[in-house]
Design a protein around this ligand. Sequence first.
Ligand code: WTA
Length: 661
Amino acid sequence: MADETSRESTGATLSNLSTENRTFAPSEEFAAQANATADWYDRASADREAFWAEQAERLHWEQKWERVLDWDAPFAKWFVGGKLNVAYNCVDRHVEAGHGEQVAFHWEGEPGDTRTITYSDLQREVCKAANALVELGVGEGDRVAIQLPMIPEAVFSMLACARLGAMHSVVFGGFSPGALKARIEDAEAKLLITSDGQYRRGKPAPMKANTDEATAETPTIEHVLVVKRTEIDVPWTEGRDVWWHDVVDRQSDQHAAEAFDSEQPLYILYTSGTTGKPKGILHTAGGYLTQCAYTHNVVFDHKPGESVYWCTADIGWVTGHSYIVYGPLANRATSVMYEGTPNTPHEGRHWEIIQKYGVSIYYTAPTLIRTFMKWGSDIPAKYDLSSLRVLGSVGEPINPEAWMWYREHIGRDNCPIVDTWWQTETGAIMISPLPGVTAAKPGSAMRPLPGISAEIVTEEAQPVGPGGGGYLVLDKPWPSMLRGIWGDEERYRDTYWSRFADQGYYFAGDGAKYDDDGAIWLLGRVDDVMNVSGHRISTTEVESALVSHPTVAEAAVVGASDATTGQGIVAFVILRGNVAQDEAKGEEAIKALRDHVSKEIGPIAKPRQIMVVDELPKTRSGKIMRRLLRDVAENREVGDVTTLADSSVMDLISAGMQDSS
Ligand code: WTA
């Protein structure tokens, strides 16, 4: 399944990385007050289950577990027999412990409106939303689709589902009606929660109009619950559609939370795989919340009641689930939640927010850091960022230059940086420095956290030593691991467990390397999944979108390295025979194709570049050789073409590429 192409394309980075020998140890002062200490690694490996049991004590269990782990590979059950309510853990218990007046969220709207939500407020809102969901027919085990902007109601909705033992399926606000529809259908969702519109770069854009397109033919949807955010006009279906302010606001703010099994399904979150159909990754309650709470506490050195924490992800991605909602709330964090884009209304917006709320922990993505670099270091220099203590990065490998810039211009040389590797499937952070312990290297995620075990192995499953590279695998189960792919056990086994079936390793799909000191460097995907601005998009998905356009006969898509977004989408298309070639190659026609992909999947999947070609490079067995196309897209000399059915194809394509650029 893996093609060697992405490893080749990261080859250049690889040799740069292995020469990186700068290290940045935490200050003595920081180390002395850190939540986790160096001895945690040994303690955890001496008795993993005891270690995780200790971490689970961070939560309130209505009934204690009987066994820490049942591992019937590849199916895990954690904290077996335990019972808890996730929403109670994230909200009520903090209020009961006397922290009701503590701010849970400083919410900052894009147009500048704000809301301050204390833990007591949150409790009332979540209870009201839970009561409303019950009134709308939602019960234990039901699926609720949520497509909302970054507004507090997104958090209320997720927690209301968790409170009822229902599952949410949050769909990123930028996804197309088609993508939403596919997710509603796959999960057979009963309710959709959405909003009238959303603010995007200072302007209200429609949301309900799009979701209506998605729900036109989804018979499982009984109601659409609509939050009013922008006052934009909305189409309305009487009987099905209800306003949040009509239904939720009038509910009682009391709701008794029932305790559910530790393995109660908590949510489904769809992510791109190597085929066109997104995978519904399933997470369950006890183990997931345990690892979210543990990692949020130790990786960010979070101090409840003191830290002000900001994760800039969107709630539609796993980072938003684990590190805006579940981890921080389980740990009684005070968080910033921001609705808008980083340059609305100006390029200093993030720094202004950090200054305004005294943010101490800031967690963002490399693509954004590189964008900030482009905008210039004089912008953050205008703000007081002295409240910052810890900086985090997630979503893709962070290049050493961006890491250094982050450290110098945002961290003012005195904040540990934690480069956190994990996935939708892992549920929570797996590989990361500990800020008070690790002497971090710019660009390396360093080593697995205490309690986590990872290996880098060759194709033949042989562990590689210092200096060696290969596939990243997880060789022992972990509490927040995915429990499966919704409705598709075979795909679950196939995708993650078949590659190293004999060894029972989880195949992460990432290439990685140890440096001479044994630190781990992530090198990007080894499958046909691209990483664009930290978002996973499969090449097949974009190819399917392209061939669904009437002018396109065939398409091949590659991720080419991009200075800002990590990878950019480059598409090669063959037009249908009956299409007027000149017209279809014109700028207008290319734009129409790009817009078509955007409409089919969402703006994040819009190709950076589309090239019309007469043929695609294929092996004799008909497999497209993306490796060669990537060479072309990255302006490199084209590699070995000997396995091509027709080796002259590449000359034509390369010549065409030069013409078009
Ligand atoms: C990549 C996001 C290098 C990796 C939490 C992984 C990273 C995919 C890092 C998961 C990192 C994430 N360094 N690569 N620190 N973090 N990745 O599911 O390829 O959206 O497999 O989860 O992002 O993306 P996902």
